[in-house]
Design a protein around this ligand. Structure first.
Ligand code: 4AD
Length: 555
């Protein structure tokens, strides 16, 4: 038998017959094709190779034939290997299919012979070691290692480590679970093995579960929506989702504990909580930051401070406080200004300026202490702000005039770049430098009349300054502003007029002085500012649920 080879027109394929018209491309392949067609034992064909220079087929040389035999062996080996690989793949595919079919076939059913599961929140589940419970929540973390699936469940009250094994881990339904899906897990609460840690030191050994709502996977998946390192404004657009994260939710939990602590302090100090209106027709802190609104055709504003209303409550209710939203149309984009913030304000009757300072100091020390003692918030503060040290009294009391001296001595310049002089406003940057350098809480007192609000009482021994106070904290600066209030109606009216305010609109506020005046004072504490200090957040925006600032009023 003869086979023909032409390396320019030939083709190495099994369908080729090997004639002069339909030749192979290489001698090795011609031998290989012959074995494939006629069997391994078939006699070796004679090979003729086309020589272009002579324009004819000539019998292959002995050395070329030797090389061709070697090549043929190589092709044979390659074929065997390929066949083996194909067989393996087929076997694996069959196994996968079988597994998938069995995963699909696994029905997750509750074993009714088990003790009934008690419904509970995660934070109460920690104490139920040995008991069968059912816990509902969101899948915070998900990890599968073929035989076992670990889910960290979150329900707001805490995190629970849970373990799914056996059929539960293999079931397609489990493999399809996604982050943020909601589930109800049933199982027995078990202590984690020695040396392992988990929230509450327990894990739930799941024996049954139900899917409540499956969250999207792929492009729409939770982690794609709030990718790590995404732009701050994109994250704010997705605030409803970012709030689910460990840091923001921790700050919100500390926030709740702080408000609880503040209320506890006020109860202890016999202050009564009131809720003044947010829609008002008077200003408290200057016209430039008023949010105007059309109130049935009349001009009205969103309140800047509830102070004036609190003052009017004193004769009716005694010392009062409120936790109310305040609104400021702040044009500046600073890390400590919001357009809407939660304002903790209090007003106290028959006090001296010193009483006011002592009260503010006690409020801060005690409420921080209560937060740190809180079983949920205390550890969260430690986690967010590991270096936090609870403030101790007495706070440094620094008069404005001495602060000016301090700033000059430390070569810190005012807003015009000049050395500070009496009467200058100590703006944010200088204030923060001073506070951070001193490194502890400061009660900055006795600001000049000209740079403070119209309602502030002057100091008896120096008419150029007021009985006013700002509390400054390292890293954030001012967290509280307060003062004694003018007690004399005529003096107050005079001050209002010199500030360009129409006393007629404030008749109800002035009446507080007319119908039984009293020395009194109060203050406002910015919730987000004290939180930024407590939780070591760079900006107050991280301390508000849905922060509002210029350019941001959604979601
Ligand atoms: O110093 P302020 O303007 O004082 C008042 O409003 C008084 N009427 C309060 C009173 O005496 N009842 O504001 C008080 C505190 C500030 O110290 C600061 O913590 C916070 O409110 N604050 C702001 N927080 C966030 N964003 C803003 N734009 C804020 N403006 C003031």
């Amino acid at each position: 038998m003869s086979l023909y080879i032409n390396d320019s027109t030939g083709v190495d394929e099994l369908s080729v017959v090997g004639s002069q018209e339909q030749s192979f491309k290489s001698p090795a392949y011609a031998l290989f094709a012959n074995k494939q067609k006629n069997g391994a034992e078939a006699p070796e064909p004679k090979l003729f190779v086309f020589k272009a220079e002579d324009n004819e087929y000539q019998e292959i040389s002995a050395s070329a034939l030797k090389k061709a035999r070697k090549g043929c062996d190589g092709l044979n080996k390659k074929l065997i290997k390929q066949k083996e690989q194909d067989a393996k793949k087929q076997e694996q595919d069959a196994k996968n299919l079988e597994k998938q079919m069995s995963s699909l076939n696994i029905k997750i059913e509750e074993d009714k012979s088990l003790p009934a599961a008690q419904k509970c929140k995660i934070n109460t589940s920690y104490a139920k070691v040995g008991e069968r419970v059912k816990v509902s929540g969101w899948i915070h973390r998900f990890r599968s290692n073929k035989k076992v699936v670990f889910v960290v469940l979150r329900d707001g009250s805490g995190f629970l480590q849970t373990v799914l094994s056996g059929d539960l881990a293999l079931a397609q339904q489990t493999l399809d679970l996604t982050l943020e899906s909601t589930v109800t897990l049933y199982g027995v609460i078990t202590k984690v093995p020695e040396g392992k840690t988990a929230p509450g030191n327990v894990e739930l050994i799941v024996d049954y579960y139900e899917v409540v709502g499956l969250a999207p996977s792929g492009d729409e998946s939770f982690t794609n929506k709030i990718a790590e390192g995404a732009d701050a404004s994109l994250l704010l657009d997705q605030r409803h989702l970012t709030l689910r994260g460990e840091t923001l939710s921790a700050v919100m939990k500390v926030r709740s504990a702080l408000l609880k602590a503040i209320r506890r302090f006020y109860v202890e100090e016999s202050l009564l909580e009131v809720t003044p209106p947010c829609m008002v027709q008077t200003q408290v802190e200057g016209g430039s930051t008023l949010f105007k609104l059309d109130y049935y055709g009349e001009e009205a504003y969103l309140t800047q401070s509830s102070q004036l209303y609190l003052e009017t409550c004193l004769p009716a209710l005694g010392d009062v406080y409120c936790v109310q939203e305040s609104f400021r149309a702040e044009k500046s984009h600073t890390r400590r200004h919001l357009s809407e913030y939660t304002h903790i304000e209090a007003e106290l009757a028959f006090i001296t300026f010193d009483d006011l300072l002592n009260h503010i100091e006690k409020l801060i020390i005690n409420s921080v202490k209560y937060v740190l003692e809180d079983p949920v918030a205390g550890p969260l503060v430690k986690q967010l702000n590991p270096d936090f040290v609870a403030p101790e009294g007495p706070f440094l009391r620094l008069e404005y005039k001495d602060a000016i001296k301090w700033l000059v001595e430390h070569d810190i310049k005012n807003e015009d770049g000049a050395p500070f002089k009496f009467g200058d406003d100590i703006a944010e940057a200088a204030e923060r430098k001073m506070t951070d350098t001193i490194g502890k809480p400061i009660l900055l007192t006795k600001f000049p009349v000209a740079i403070k609000s119209f309602y502030m009482e002057r100091c008896a021994d120096d008419e150029s300054v007021t009985e006013s106070v700002d509390v400054l904290m390292p890293t954030v600066g001012e967290i509280t502003g307060g003062s004694m209030r003018i007690t004399d109606a005529d003096v107050l009216v005079e001050r209002m007029k010199s500030e360009g305010l129409d006393p007629a609109a404030y008749y109800w506020f002035i009446d507080q002085r007319k119908y039984g005046t009293c020395p009194h004072g109060g203050y406002g504490l910015g919730t987000e500012r004290i939180l930024a200090w407590l939780c070591d957040r760079f900006t107050v925006r991280d301390c508000s649920l849905y922060p509002r600032f210029s350019g941001r009023c959604k979601p």
